[in-house]
Design a protein around this ligand. Structure first.
Ligand SMILES: Nc1ncnc2c1ncn2[C@@H]1O[C@H](COP(=O)(O)OP(=O)(O)OP(=O)(O)O)[C@@H](O)[C@H]1O
Ligand SMILES: O=P(O)(O)OC[C@@]1(O)O[C@H](CO)[C@@H](O)[C@@H]1O
Length: 308
């Protein structure tokens, strides 16, 4: 079973306008509200892949109710911990450029934290817990790191989608997979990554520090899968990019979903690429049909320049 953890979910309020002009009244040409937050996005894609999963985290208020209803309509299993305050609303403006305005997130009470942590006793060997997204201000910076012993005590594995020092701090606990994009990888080591050999070299450092698998995504320029045994590169599938929100979450969902069923990193990479690109080519997150179509166009080759 896969459990996704979204401690700071959101309603993603998607707003489209021909052009955004600051300092004036702008009129929307289209708007929609989606259940959001990185772990919730992972659950929504896992559901499209028919991979059993449950979404955990904190939800509150009318915004929390909306998310709960939307996930129920998609038949996603949820076990959120209720909080008194409203879950945040994140604004995604699609105009000449994409602009995101994300909320800080509500107060999480001490009682809610205790209720949430109590859920981890139900984990079993073989389960995978995917922790993604920002922490609301009331949660300690070490919140994710502190969950790892609760997960590992039950023989379950974890995936953490974070960046910077927070990511480096979790590597020694051996996450199943990490997925920095190439900019995040460069920032982790304070270097510039100008070619494939450099990306592979620094991706392998994440393996050496403890990650079991490393994905390095490069948006429209493709991605790498780096494991102890082999390195693979894929060009990104071609298509019209409609939405980049959630492409990274979709890639993680695809990888983890297939890995949970096959333990095959290459097949998992293929599903991850298909899900990431299918979301980039969709208005909302990708659906099953789009993922299947994009999968047929994926081209992965072994990357041989591993001596650098
Ligand atoms: N322009 C694009 N064309 C094709 N595929 C894309 C494009 N952008 C993203 N993808 C797909 O999604 C995957 C993840 O995208 P990206 O590298 O942007 O991750 P990310 O930075 O974590 O994304 P985000 O934070 O925007 O969700 C890519 O490896 C690719 O498969
Ligand atoms: O503010 P965070 O938690 O870093 O990111 C939240 C968020 O931008 O991430 C998802 C896309 O990856 C969206 O659904 C959501 O609004």
């Amino acid at each position: 079973m896969i459990y996704t953890v979204t401690v700071n979910p959101s309603i993603d309020y998607i707003v489209q306008l021909p052009q955004l002009t600051l300092g004036t009244v702008n009129r929307m040409s289209y708007d929609t509200k989606l259940p959001g937050g990185k772990g919730i996005n992972v659950s929504r894609i896992l559901n499209q892949l028919a991979v059993p999963n449950a979404a955990w985290g904190f939800l509150g208020g009318f915004t929390g109710n909306f998310i709960q209803q939307q996930l129920a309509a998609e038949k996603i299993t949820t076990d959120f911990t209720e909080i008194p305050a409203d879950t945040r609303i994140n604004v995604k403006i699609k105009a000449n450029e994409e602009t995101e305005i994300n909320g800080q997130g509500p107060t999480i009470t001490t009682a809610a934290i205790a209720n949430f942590k109590a859920k981890f006793t139900q984990l079993q060997a073989g389960d995978i817990v995917v922790m993604s997204g920002s922490l609301p201000p009331t949660l300690a910076a070490s919140f994710y790191r502190d969950l790892i012993p609760l997960i590992q005590a039950r023989g379950a594995e974890f995936v953490i989608d974070t960046t910077g020092q927070a990511l480096l701090d979790t590597l020694s606990a051996q996450p199943l997979v990490v997925k920095p994009n190439h900019h995040e990888l460069a920032a982790l080591f304070n270097v510039e990554l100008n070619n494939d050999a450099a990306i592979v070299k620094y991706g392998r450092k994440l393996l050496a520090l403890g990650a079991k698998h490393v994905l390095v995504s490069m948006a429209g320029a493709g991605a790498f899968l780096i494991t102890e045994q082999q390195v693979y590169k894929s060009t990104a599938p071609q298509g019209t990019v409609i939405n980049s929100v959630g492409a990274g979450d979709s890639m993680i969902a695809g990888f983890v979903g297939t890995f949970s069923q096959t333990h095959d990193p290459l097949k998992s990479f293929e599903t991850g690429l298909a899900c990431g690109s299918a979301t980039a080519f969709s208005e909302d997150l990708a659906d099953q049909a789009k993922i299947a179509t994009v999968r047929q166009t994926i081209q992965i080759s072994p990357y041989t320049d591993q001596l650098n």
